[in-house]
Design a protein around this ligand. Structure first.
Ligand code: AMP
Length: 307
């Protein structure tokens, strides 16, 4: 179907039909999720220029996708409202906003948990020990409220926009609910993690209506991202092995569809093998291959794995 144009007062206005508009993908413009998100999208073949301080969006070359650089928390709102079609953000932010969006895929980075933490000196072991009326500092008021209600506790919430761990020292709160990854910030501030409220990681989310209309394009994008994530756990291994060891090779390397075996010109005592293996099996594989008398062992990264 061609692009229809409507004439308004001499101006030619293109109607905003899904068919002709670029897919709007929002990604974090700074902060913890920015760098890795850009890296994955680039490996997935989306060729765009990174955000600098002033850049708000970038077009993906040779693809009908516009990348918008927004704050992680705003991405949830804009995907929910349909201002953008899909976005990469933290699951914690999706849960806090209670946004009715589709989670298309977990991205396996930005791992953290939303936890209740109390000053060591309070000696709190579990949420049961929290006294009614305690003041909890957090930038996650909705999840905090739900968590305490589910545990039958009445607490007061002191909403802050960051650095919750300082609040007990300032005397403005008794405890905090905040994101934790290694736990070192809590330790440094003499806070003890008392309960995990939710687990989080980076996710790619879509507006429900946009997904219903443009599922194929969005599934393609997610498949490209998945192919990068899958490839990162694998290595491509090549080696020349004695023909006599082929059975052992076959047993040791089931590979994706069994190892690929190739003849080497002028040799019938040695063949070349190519195989995809898990990253954490590389060390054992090399030891084993050397024992079989293999030579010319090469291990290389894989950019993408498309099934
Ligand atoms: P930003 O505030 O822009 O750095 O993004 C914060 C998001 O990064 C959070 O909402 C989480 O999804 C994610 N994240 C991962 N680890 C942590 C952590 N240790 N502390 C805070 N945020 C984290």
């Amino acid at each position: 179907m061609g692009i229809k144009t409507l004439k308004y007062g001499g101006l030619i206005v293109r109607p905003a039909t899904g068919e002709q508009m670029a897919l709007k993908l929002a990604i974090p413009n700074k902060g913890r999720l920015n760098e890795r998100t850009v890296q994955i999208l680039k490996l997935a073949g989306l060729d765009f220029e990174d955000a600098d301080e002033r850049k708000l969006y970038a077009n993906v070359k040779r693809r009908d996708i516009t990348v918008m650089f927004l704050r992680a928390a705003d991405i949830v709102r804009f995907v929910h409202s349909g201002a953008v079609d899909l976005g990469v953000t933290g699951r914690d932010l999706v849960l806090e906003a209670g946004a009715d969006v589709l989670t298309l895929h977990d991205l396996n980075y930005g791992h953290c948990r939303l936890s209740l933490a109390a000053p060591d000196a309070l000696g709190i072991q579990s949420v049961r020990d929290v006294k009614d009326g305690s003041i909890i500092a957090t930038s996650f008021p909705n999840m905090t409220r739900k968590f305490f209600a589910a545990n039958g506790k009445r607490v007061e919430i002191e909403e802050i926009s960051g650095a919750a761990e300082i609040a007990p020292h300032l005397g403005v709160a008794d405890m905090i609910v905040d994101l934790v990854s290694s736990g070192s910030t809590l330790k440094m501030n003499h806070l003890k993690e008392v309960a995990v409220i939710a687990e989080s990681q980076a996710v790619i989310i879509a507006n429900r209506k946009a997904y219903a209309e443009r599922q194929e394009e969005m599934d393609e994008l997610v498949a490209a991202i998945r192919s990068v994530l899958d490839a990162e756990n694998k290595k491509y291994l090549m080696a020349d092995v004695p023909t006599a060891s082929l059975e052992e090779v076959r047993r040791f390397f089931p590979g994706i569809a069994g190892p690929t075996i190739m003849n080497i010109m002028g040799r019938d005592d040695v063949v070349a093998i190519h195989v995809v293996i898990d990253k954490d099996k590389v060390y054992d594989a090399v030891v084993r291959l050397k024992k079989m008398g293999a030579t010319g062992i090469l291990i290389t990264p894989i950019d993408r794995m498309v099934p």
